[in-house]
Design a protein. Sequence first.
Length: 460
Amino acid sequence: MRDEKSEFAIILAAGRGTRMKSSLAKVLHPICGQPLVTHVVAAAQMAGLKPVVVVHHQEEAVREALAGEDVIFARQAKTRGTGDAVRSALGVLPETGTVLVMAGDAPLIRSETMTALREAHGTRAATVLTASVDTGAHYGRLIRDSAGRPHIVEARECTPDQLEVTEINTGLYAFDIAWLRAALPGLPVHEDKDEIYLTDTIAIAGNEDRAGVVVHGDVTEVLGVNDRWDLAQARLALQDRIIRAHALAGVTFIDPASTVVEVGVTLSEDCEIGPGVVLEGTTSVAAGVVIEPYCVLRDTTVGAGVRVLTHTVSDGAQIEAGVRHLGPMARLRPGTVLKEGARVGNFVEIKNAILESGATVGHLSYIGDATVGVDTNVGAGTITCNYDGFAKHTTVIEDGAFIGSNTALVAPVKVGKGAIVGAGSVIVRDVPDNAVSVARGEQVDRDGAAERMRQRKKQG
Ligand code: UD1
Ligand code: CA
């Protein structure tokens, strides 16, 4: 890696992306958990380059998406084409040296490719990375004159013969900075679009015999996103890359094609990921964990020895080692912590609650804003009534307590150590330690009343 202060990567991200037909600027559309431009910024940083991001459309949102990253922003006053965009970034560059230029809409580009282009560029004026495509409809074509000197013609300006050319401009370039400064003001304006094309620099360098062309073998890597179908293809390709890397690092995927794993996810050796599993955000899964089919985990930490059962949805939960049982069809929302030996069964929703070791919430319950003590049992259908229409309140279930089925615990409320709450209770006051509390209508048994009722009905 080179000294990161010495070389820059200009990332073009000012355009609106009309072909996306979206109210969101193109470079902000996410794939695999990050906006397109963030992927490019990350690759440039990995190559040891300092990103200079050119912004205009939804400038504030682009700046915000990259907040916290070590990048410089340059503002393009009006989106007058890629040549004009680069010109607006020149102010932050040193007088001499080399700069890489790349599009913020090509999210699959790898740092190794940037480094290789930089090496191949040497002391030329301009070097462009090309690739060979079957159908290159929207890409600029690399055309060579009879002397072999290259220039680029945009697809929309190509003659039918030129359109047949399969060597396309990937949009990744290396430039000599001093040369670029001198060349940009002389670029022609393409009148019909009122745009200045960066691609025209290649013809100028070509005429000086100072242009380089590097052909890249992997065409998926240079895929530029212009419309929603490109976006879908880019996501597939990037997803494939992410999952393959995890697989090679020791994770089993039963069905990679139906699995979603975002870039920020950490998986350890010997995890097994079932079909239809979605792992998002900063989810982290410890070694040996099995995640069964159709689980959705966002920002969730899963400890070792856990088996996350099928159809579990988790958002920000922390599932510790040795959780005995989870799901199917459990929903774990932010603030959930399941300690070793806890058990959460089917159709249970948990939010902002800690289940201590041996706490069991087996069926059909809502536990929110609560702590559930060691070796407690929370019966089927128990609800913590945490919201009174104005504020959220806390429920505390102390160690060893037993909550009968279909109980409503009206918070703020505490069930003391070892207490037993009868089924169907509505608990509005604290239950003392070791008490038995029953809070429901008394049962009335009228002998023979059912038979008398049937007789009356029969007689009409
Ligand atoms: C561009 C190239 C084309 C190449 C293709 C590779 C030009 C004229 N054409 O075409 O040869 O095959 O990329 O993907 O360069 N942008 C700005 N300011 C502007 C215009 C664009 O910052 O004024 C940014 C866009 O936000 C985008 C990038 O530059 O991220 C490329 O622009 P886009 O309009 O997508 O160019 P293409 O038509 O794809
Ligand atoms: Ca593009």
